[in-house]
Design a protein around this ligand. Structure first.
Ligand code: PMP
Length: 432
């Protein structure tokens, strides 16, 4: 008997018409097993599934929902925009306002223009095309364990040596598509310098997560992002700071607000569109000016700058004031502290690691600074831990390699439920 009979029934039905039953892989619970929960509604810090069970949500739609679910101001803005027409395929005022707001919030001298797209994947794909177009160079450097969406050239795993060319990380991606991608270990500036010494004149750009959140939370070591800036500048390559996950979440200005390194291009998504599909990339006017129709680098989108998505983004960013960021920080640290205490009590070796208000737990004795370290953790402990939390009404990311996302709507009741759930989950992790 499934503990989630309606979700189980829906999952079976979904698998008939959708590959693996889901529209994005991690939702299928492959890493943790069991029945993925089909959610029917969300309000504040809670989600409700098809069986009527309520969960405190520590995924927050993988980042966007910093205000919690169905925030009244965002819902009202979306309803008003929808009533005025869903899509025009023309420029609109809202797009200017969102671009102005993104630029003003980040307040980086190098962020002068942005273009709106529909997903983080499109943002990074377009930023890389632009970097290649601007520099006339072909190679791209990325870091192992950083995820930038399902762009062919970025679905690449490291080769055997440090600065060797990458292998495809997915069937359907050809060796030719990843041959110009170089994958280096995260947080290893010496590897970056060595790579540039060998291939500097051919490297169009380095793309990095502003702070890594896709192998669990792994912040850049002090000076790492600044070091990337220095090396790329010296060799005439562009630096792309991927703030899709960190942007407007870890501070009002994103990671840039905590560690102001001037990238040539920034990518944004998630929070900036309040839960609807929109994303952006931006940079200096001379670089962005190379995009079509102003310049020769082609990029386009039927629904780009969609008025409903833009309204959701504007309302979310406008509502995300200093009190929201204070709540995100406080909630992250409260949950992290409770988590650490429960694991200590159960005798499980662990690291609760933060990148601003992004955080996650590694079952390891020492801090994790790169993907090899993340992979070497006792990840098998996560599955029983996850299910104990789920059974107790707390929805965690269904993978050990994902960051946990708090929202500002978490109240004492939500935090109390997490506090009550953790000791049992920690004991389950200990027994694994
Ligand atoms: N960059 C980063 C840092 C991300 O975390 C993600 C998605 N999690 C993406 C890009 C891709 O965004 P999307 O899923 O909207 O394509």
């Amino acid at each position: 008997m499934s503990d989630a009979p309606k979700s189980a029934e829906l999952f079976e039905r979904a698998q008939r018409v959708t590959p693996g039953g889901v529209n994005s892989p991690v939702r299928a619970f492959r890493a943790v097993g069991g029945t993925p929960r089909f959610m029917v509604s969300g309000s504040g810090p809670y989600l409700v599934d098809a069986d009527g069970r309520q969960y405190v949500d520590l995924v927050s739609s993988w980042g966007p929902m910093i205000l919690g679910h169905a925030h009244p101001a965002v819902v009202a803005a979306v309803q008003a925009a929808a009533a005025g027409g869903l899509s025009f395929g023309t420029p609109t005022l809202g797009e200017i306002e969102l671009a102005e707001l993104i630029i003003a919030r980040v307040d980086a001298p190098s962020l002068q223009q942005v273009r709106l797209v529909n997903s983080g994947t499109e943002a990074t794909m377009s930023a890389i095309r632009l970097a290649r177009g601007v520099t006339g160079r072909h190679r791209v450097v990325k870091f192992a364990g950083c995820y930038h969406g399902h762009v062919d050239a970025l679905l690449a795993a490291a080769g055997s040596g440090v600065a060797t060319f990458a292998h495809p990380d997915s069937e359907g991606v050809t060796g030719a598509q990843t041959a110009e991608t170089i994958v280096l270990p995260y947080n290893d500036l010496a590897a970056v310098e060595e790579c540039f010494a060998a291939y500097g004149a051919e490297i169009a750009c380095v793309i990095t997560e502003a702070a890594a959140g896709n192998m669990g939370a792994v912040a850049p070591l002090a000076g790492f992002n600044a070091g990337l800036r220095e090396v790329t500048y010296k060799h005439g390559a562009l630096l792309i700071m991927d703030e899709v996950m960190t942007g407007f979440r870890v501070s009002a200005a994103g990671w840039y607000g905590l560690d102001p390194v001037e990238a040539d291009l920034f990518t944004f998504g998630k929070v900036m569109s309040g839960g609807l599909p929109a994303a952006a990339f931006g940079g200096r006017a001379d670089v962005m000016g190379q995009l079509s129709p102003a310049g020769p680098v082609y990029q386009a989108g039927t629904l780009s700058g969609n008025p409903v998505a833009v309204a959701a983004g504007l309302a979310s960013l406008r509502a995300a004031d200093a009190s929201v960021y204070a709540a995100l920080d406080a909630n992250a640290h409260t949950v992290g502290r409770l988590l650490g205490a429960a694991l200590d009590e159960a005798g499980v070796a662990h690291q609760v690691q933060y990148a601003g208000s992004l955080f996650s737990v590694f079952f390891a004795d020492a801090p994790v600074t790169d993907f090899a370290g993340a992979q070497a953790c006792a990840t098998w402990r996560y599955k029983p831990f996850f299910h104990a939390m789920l059974d107790a009404g707390v929805y965690l990311p269904p993978s050990a390699f994902e960051a946990w996302f708090v929202n500002a709507a978490m109240d004492d009741g939500a935090l109390a439920r997490i506090a009550d759930a953790l000791p049992g989950a920690a004991r389950a992790a200990a027994a694994a």
